[in-house]
Design a protein around this ligand. Sequence first.
Ligand code: SF4
Length: 470
Amino acid sequence: MERKWYDKGEKTAREERGAGEGAMIDEERLKILTDGAKYDVSCSSSGSGRKNTRDGLGNASMAGICHSFTQDGRCISLLKMLMSNDCVFDCVYCPNRRSADVPRASVSPEEMCELVTGFYRRNYIEGLFLSSAVLKSPDYTMELLLETIRKLRTEYRFNGYIHLKGIPHADRALTERAAAYADRMSYNVELPSERSLRLLAPQKTKESVFAPMRQLAEEKREFALEYKRRTGKEEGRGRGKFLPAGQTTQMIVGASPETDGQILRLTQFMYRKYDLKRVYYSSYVPVVRDPLLPDVQAGLLREHRLYQADWLLRFYGFSCEEIVAEDGNLSPEYDPKCAWALRNPQFFPVEVNRAGVEELLRVPGIGAKGAYKIVAARRYAALTFEDLAKMRIVLKRAKHFITCGGKFCGAKTLERARGELILAERADGARQLSLFDGAEPLTLAASPEEKQFLLKSSPEAARAALTGQF
Ligand code: SF4
């Protein structure tokens, strides 16, 4: 029997279960455990790239792995499954909570390993998103998850992508060990304030989520520093040895009364403090009836606006204080960048033939690619509105905020611009863009080396390049 490397006076999951148990999972349990994982949106495609080894199985792909879509259009690219839905916690919003009357199931690490490698060989999946309800105790569950991914990596030689959900309150040593095998880990914040956590997820605390996030961020930074000391090079994006795809988290929107302003402040805090790769927002769906929960769905438009604001935080140099007041919500009428521009007319119009990239990035209708194209193209000739249209700048929004060679084509008054922007938004249906919208290959007016650099670089590095800080 494997030596117990972690001892808190209780049996390891492996000892308790006994080694050599049958490794076939039946369809019934598979259905329960995959169904139980579907409300977690904190996984998307892979963020790490790793080649197969000679005797290994599979590889992790930078550009996203096999994608599939849930009924409501969310993208899932991995086998997304729980080790168990038999939870000892009682979070009010969760269909797997202790007091819920639902069928329960669990799988052993061997069963999970067989399933993953079997699916991989059949080309059904290219990776795993592994989570679990709290079975018996946080440490017991974390140990089970750890044993599963350790086996996958070392015994089954599985080299594909693994996103592991960490269990709040589990021991630091378990978190550290698990991070050595996973590509990405996530601890879900779920509710944006301590007060709501106390009310709706009484066994969780803010610290039980933030402590492992902080630990992983520190360990990742130390690892990167050590790598640089040893090799003199920076770790490539997604190719580091320690959690190459970083950390993510998820917040449920609309189950508790926090405003968008509070949600975005927490988001900004986590991006800055814990170097999170992504914060996912999941609009609340009333799958559980409880007097503490709203009866109505939060709606996808609110989720969509939060993702737009999140984009502004990560790629456009905005701070949450500029986007929305702490006690306020994002406008449902137009996107957060339009709303900011309308509140700050003193910065507009900007002359596209002279403005810096940072100014261009703040113009509604001009995205990061568009700003870069403008700066590259105007080196050769002064740009006209026709040129901007060819660059696929969204002129129905941008025209109210720019001049081209001194010419202005927008609305004469702010009120009128506001009206036209609302109409433009309605014409687009304020829909959540599909992954495949605008999926034409990235065509940048740049040298092949510059293109390669931007395509490979992290958002921060790309932004620094775009804004000329290099
Ligand atoms: S810990 Fe809470 S959210 Fe997670 S499975 Fe258990 S009841 Fe659900």
